[in-house]
Design a protein around this ligand. Structure first.
Ligand SMILES: NC(=O)c1ccc[n+]([C@@H]2O[C@H](COP(=O)([O-])OP(=O)(O)OC[C@H]3O[C@@H](n4cnc5c(N)ncnc54)[C@H](O)[C@@H]3O)[C@@H](O)[C@H]2O)c1
Length: 392
């Protein structure tokens, strides 16, 4: 199968590429891949474990090998021998120039960038160019996944975002203030009938206009990969719920480095991330405990993301108690296998004739589209049941 990655030279993308190619060559194990668990037996028939990669980027590097080497030299997030084993494949992976419309001030941290709109062109032409790039790569078994830097919250306007006709008008009228890069990529993928996933908290396909476009055409899912602190939070909080313990307050403090951390250090880019992390407690518990969610840039940590959580809770007879945890993970290593999983499940859905939001893939996301289910245990059951129903 083929995976088109938006933000193809980022650390999550390049780790997914190395992983995909290493699996194909039999030099890596399937540890970390949800889609290889026993309940999903038979998925191989629809979405085999071999992958071709391409994508859009705005940083100008020679190829995916160079991009991976840059991340690996800094982070040492896996063994150099693995990259050597797939070097020839990685050199072949090159990207097309993307768009960075309304990507916020955080984009300045990426160094020198090149975008389609460096040449004065309108929104309609930008999407035509994006579609052209995707079309050249796709083969009928292709999935598009957004793994680009997090954008600021968009300015929404009912006239342009509530229907596909409105969105097409936005393109034709070239109302750049109402478009974001992630919307343009999502529009291009869905318009071509390619399954699409949004691994970031950016808007992507999560506006009524694009949900309408996907209906009857192709499956999509999002938003924001659930990989670290939120994964633990939504797995642990149900314990308090099942034992009827009242959560009074939950403090989450995250620190991280690398490009993702640099971009998120900008208030406008950070806002969407904090919002998607914050929503989960209320959705899960049915009430809203006092909550602090902070993300800060900590350069020397690089891709090592550390989350400190403190939970204040009340038990029998009104007695107050505390729970603390520290999650200390390599961000790209927990995220990359999910890129392969999501792509495989979306291709499966496409082959089974499913279109629109696949809410059953909510298991993979912090802020699942069209679903209030955020309890990891229930989401996992939902995914297994869906797979079994659709498979037969
Ligand atoms: N565990 C995780 O790592 C995790 C979990 C959930 C969500 N995410 C999200 O995934 C995304 C990628 O994370 P990362 O750690 O790989 O970040 P990264 O900074 O290493 O990679 C992002 C890449 O996107 C590129 N890019 C930025 N804007 C672009 C645009 N408009 N078009 C094309 N390319 C663009 C950048 O040049 C960069 O190469 C972020 O939005 C992050 O918040 C990551």
């Amino acid at each position: 199968m083929r995976i088109w990655l938006v933000g193809a030279y980022g650390i999550v993308s390049t780790t997914a590429m190395v992983g995909g190619k290493a699996l194909e060559r039999g030099v890596a194990s399937t540890t970390g891949l949800v889609s290889e668990l026993p309940p999903f037996e038979g998925l191989e028939k629809y979405a085999p474990l071999n992958f071709e990669f391409g994508g859009h980027e705005i940083r100008q590097l020679e190829n995916a090998y160079d991009a991976t080497l840059e991340h690996l030299n800094l982070n040492r997030h896996f063994d150099f021998k693995l990259l050597d084993a797939v070097k020839d494949d990685m050199i072949q992976i090159r990207t097309a120039t993307g768009t960075a419309i309304n990507c916020g001030s955080g984009i300045d941290e990426l160094g020198e960038i090149r975008t389609i709109e460096d040449e004065e062109i309108g929104l309609r032409e930008i999407t035509e160019k994006l579609m052209d790039d995707m079309k050249k790569f796709s083969d009928g078994e292709t999935v598009v996944i957004n793994v680009a830097s997090t954008e600021p919250l968009p300015e929404l306007n009912k006239k342009y975002h509530d229907s596909i006709d409105g969105f097409e008008t936005l393109l034709d009228e070239n109302r750049k203030e109402y478009a974001t890069a992630s919307m343009l990529y999502a529009y291009s993928a869905l318009k071509l009938g390619l399954p699409y996933a949004n691994f970031t908290p950016s808007s992507g396909s999560n506006i009524p206009a694009l949900r309408q476009l996907a209906e009857g055409k192709t499956p999509h899912a999002g938003s924001d990969g659930k990989t670290g602190e939120t994964l633990v939070k939504t797995t642990l909080a149900p314990m308090f719920l099942y034992r009827n313990l009242q959560i009074i307050g939950w403090m989450s403090y995250n620190i991280l480095g690398d490009y993702d951390g640099k971009v998120l250090a900008h208030r406008d880019n950070k806002e969407s991330k904090v919002e998607s992390k914050d929503k989960v407690l209320e959705k899960m518990l049915g009430y809203s405990p006092f909550s602090i969610t902070e993300i800060d840039f900590f350069p020397s940590l690089l891709d090592n993301k550390t989350a400190f959580d403190f939970i204040h809770f009340e038990g029998f007879l009104g007695t107050r108690m505390k729970y603390y945890f520290i999650w200390d993970a390599i961000d790209a290593i927990v995220a990359a296998p999910l890129i392969l999983d999501i792509a495989r499940f979306l291709l499966f859905a496409k082959k089974k004739g499913i279109s629109g939001v696949v809410k059953e893939l909510g298991f993979f996301f912090k802020d699942p589209m069209e679903s209030d289910l955020v309890n990891t245990h229930e989401q996992f059951s939902e995914l297994i049941n869906w797979y079994n129903q659709v498979k037969d």
